[in-house]
Design a protein around this ligand. Sequence first.
Ligand code: FAD
Ligand code: UDP
Length: 372
Amino acid sequence: MFDYLIVGAGYSGSVLAERLASQLDKKVLIVERRNHIGGNAYDHYDAAGILVHRYGPHIFHTNSAQIFDYLSRFTEWRPYQHRVLASVDGQLVPIPINLDTVNRLYGTNFTSFELEKFFASVAERREPIRTSEDVVVNAVGRELYEKFFRGYTRKQWGLDPSELDASVTARVPTRTNRDDRYFTDTYQAMPLHGYTRMFERMLDHPNIKVMLNTDFREVKDIVPYRELIYTGPIDAFFDFRYGKLPYRSLTFEFETVDTPVFQPTGTVNYPNDYAYTRITEFKYLTGQEHTRTTIVREYPRAEGDPYYPVPRKENAELYRKYETLAAETRRVYFVGRLATYKYYNMDQCVGQALATFKKIEAATNGDMAKDS
Ligand code: FAD
Ligand code: UDP
């Protein structure tokens, strides 16, 4: 008998497995339908011997010392600050939009102070800010919105920014200084030996068994367990009772090129050209030295493996119906990006899993108090 059956070996499932096994001495079985652990953060060496991320570029960043310290038990780190250029009007310019972006694009020589005035003169006030269009147009005006955000968002989501919640484009700030880092979090680093190695260490505990190539459906009536932790898509768990929740997918096209360096920075975004949104060159992220280099192009898709929840009102309403069902389902915890339909970064998944562990721990201690 297992104390916990955990569905999915990504961050959400692995953090909970590790905590339950090491802190509460629980016996845990993780079932994972893919042939590897790590979920979408999985990395591996490709045929050329270059470390790549199978499900697209993953850059770790967080403001939480607690989350960073927790993961630091399972990995050492390589400091890395991600920088992104956008291909716009035949130039490669920094995104998030900053002082250099505008000066290069328009051939101006603005100071930060002048740029603030420029933004104020072109911005269209939106009150309240509801959509992803509102966020950007309100900050930098229509022209920069169209150059950097409209096309990219339509490609990535198959929706116009006006049809998406503000939270989507609000992930990308606007700056009036020259800071060209994609993220400004306190902790920005890559696991020194890769994500997969970190997950291996997390799951290396005698109380944890991992079954790969196994769908939850194949084992749910066979494996005896007390409680379930589910990190897959929530609509699938309930057999799509209220209909399908949209999850955006991607196809990844990897290419190894016979040159040590392919592009000038880790990621180049293509808001207005090509069917792909961006190209990432992994060696920038990993620091690996190699005579060749591997890149990945991301092609957005409506169908395929579920990667992104789609943040908009009607989807939130549908999710809430599933969430209500979930709350009524005893002895099952729904955790993670797919099961709680949240556009979470890796650190947020770790945070949510640690919070879920605290709840389970409190309930366990409560039961022990009742028993004694
Ligand atoms: P997942 O990693 O999706 O794990 C869920 C697991 O459950 C999967 O392995 C799946 O196979 C398994 N599963 C589902 N259903 C079943 C079933 N029925 N039976 C058995 N197994 C099942 N975050 C960042 O912080 N920085 C980044 O740079 C970043 N880049 C990203 C780029 C892309 C292209 C994508 C898609 C995501 C990115 N993320 C990034 C987000 C990050 O991938 C997620 O926050 C995190 O991996 C989610 O972890 P999870 O455990 O909740 O879900
Ligand atoms: N975005 C955009 N142009 C860009 C970068 C981002 O329009 O050059 C928008 C787009 O809608 C994207 C969202 O901002 O989906 C969030 O960007 P982020 O880089 O955080 O996306 P992720 O890495 O999660 O795919």
